[in-house]
Design a binder for this molecule. Structure first.
Ligand code: FMN
Length: 223
């Protein structure tokens, strides 16, 4: 698989089979992903890879909390600016519309949306998950490093025939993740990434992208 194929075939998969992901594959992917770039090569990420009984237990605890209506844990970062402006607000709202339409859920059906959201804490059925942490002392450039690292992981997973779903939803129950993984106190959770084999029986949406001239400006006279 070349890089273009990996980029185009990666999507946020929300339905996995329960086929196990071999540990040696995950080790190979994470060994290669360590070559992702970071400012001054500080590699400000720390991943916990969780499978088997510990993952089953974490899913159970998280789902029970969400079903019980437990409040979200105190936020350590805002997932989106509260006053998201156009065009970002429109793109977000379009994504929500497309996702719920594909699930056959009316936008105003809050209960059905909640039920669909619960899939997040079941890792959408995935048998493996990566939880990506960053030191609390890091700044915005290091958060960008984390993004590059995570995309590298997700593309390498494609090269192994695997799919993934990055999930900030896990930060909403971060205390349960911390309890399960006991990271050192200086680390904070950014997101989880569900990892596994795509279940073809689960319908999915293919998100679109803004036209190039909305997000790229070419300057110069190159032809
Ligand atoms: C940092 C990050 C956090 C995300 N969090 C969630 C999440 O909590 N739950 C979810 O279902 N999808 C989540 N997504 C997936 C996005 O919705 C998805 O990447 C986006 O809609 C584009 O679709 P695509 O990845 O299928 O191309 C997240 C993606 C990123 C990059």
């Amino acid at each position: 698989m070349n890089v273009y194929e990996a980029v185009h075939s990666r999507r946020a998969v929300r339905g996995f089979t329960d086929d196990p992901v071999p540990l040696e594959v995950l080790e190979r992917v994470l060994t290669a992903a360590a070559w992702a770039p970071s400012g001054s090569n500080i590699q400000p990420w720390h991943s916990y890879v969780v499978t088997g009984a510990p993952l089953a237990q974490l899913k159970k605890v998280a789902v029970e909390r969400v079903v019980a209506g437990d409040p979200w844990d105190d936020r350590e970062f805002q997932m989106y600016p509260p006053d998201l402006k156009p065009p970002y607000r429109d793109r977000r709202s379009r994504f929500g519309k497309e996702r719920y339409a594909a699930l056959g859920i009316a936008r105003e059906d809050w209960e059905a949306r909640q039920r669909a959201a619960i899939g997040n804490w079941e890792c959408f059925g995935a048998p493996a998950a990566l939880f990506c942490f960053i030191d609390r002392g890091m700044g915005r450039p290091q958060w960008a490093d984390l993004g590059m690292y995570l995309q590298t992981v997700m593309l390498l997973l494609r090269a192994e025939g695997l799919h993934s779903c990055p999930q900030m939803a896990w930060s909403q129950v971060r205390a349960s993740v911390e309890e399960a993984l006991t990271p050192p106190p200086e680390l904070m959770l950014f997101c989880g990434v569900s990892i596994g084999y795509d279940d073809p029986a689960v319908d999915h949406i293919r998100t679109m992208r803004a036209p190039l001239d909305e997000t790229v400006t070419f300057v110069g006279d190159a032809t």
